[in-house]
Design a protein around this ligand. Structure first.
Ligand code: FES
Ligand code: FES
Length: 153
């Protein structure tokens, strides 16, 4: 079956099982490997993308369900002013260690700042709690979110 998706502002036509998770269509069919596979069960956040601006786990959403929504992946997140600030802060503070979880971290952080430009620690923790980092870069992640929010000190 052919499914029409809106990925990073571009219509993309995919011939695939409509129940196929968005994660695998991004990686296997659309050549967008920046979104990572971690658990495949909605537990780690490595596969986070934006659906109509909200952070969602792309391993948990089928392409049929994704079709009506505007999907943004890590490849295009810096195209928005908030995403640009977040990625710049990630680079400025050298947040990643192995890097595997970081695309998902950036997507969740950008969605947070887009809806709450000045999050306090509790709001950051709530928004980021589903994104696991096996390298434990959590202190730098929080600092980078605050830097992106303008709290550079
Ligand atoms: S791969 Fe989707 S939440 Fe872990
Ligand atoms: S930087 Fe290695 S898992 Fe997060």
């Amino acid at each position: 079956m052919t499914v029409l998706l809106n990925i990073n502002g571009t219509p993309r036509r995919v011939t695939a099982d409509p129940t196929k998770p968005l994660l695998w269509v991004l990686r296997e069919d659309l050549g967008l490997p920046g979104t990572k596979f971690g658990c495949g069960a909605g537990l780690c956040g490595a596969c986070t993308v934006h659906a109509d601006g909200e952070a969602v786990r792309s391993c948990q959403i089928s392409i049929a369900d994704a079709a009506p929504m505007k999907i943004t992946t890590i490849e295009a997140v810096a195209a928005t002013p908030v995403g640009k600030r977040v990625t710049e802060s990630w680079q400025a503070l050298d947040v990643p260690q192995c890097g595997y979880c970081q695309a998902g971290q950036i997507m969740s952080a950008t969605a947070l700042l887009a809806r709450n430009p000045r999050p306090d620690d509790a709001a950051i923790d709530a928004a980021m709690s589903g994104n696991i980092c096996r390298c434990a870069t959590y202190v730098r992640i929080r600092a980078a979110i605050k830097r992106a929010a303008g709290d550079v000190a």
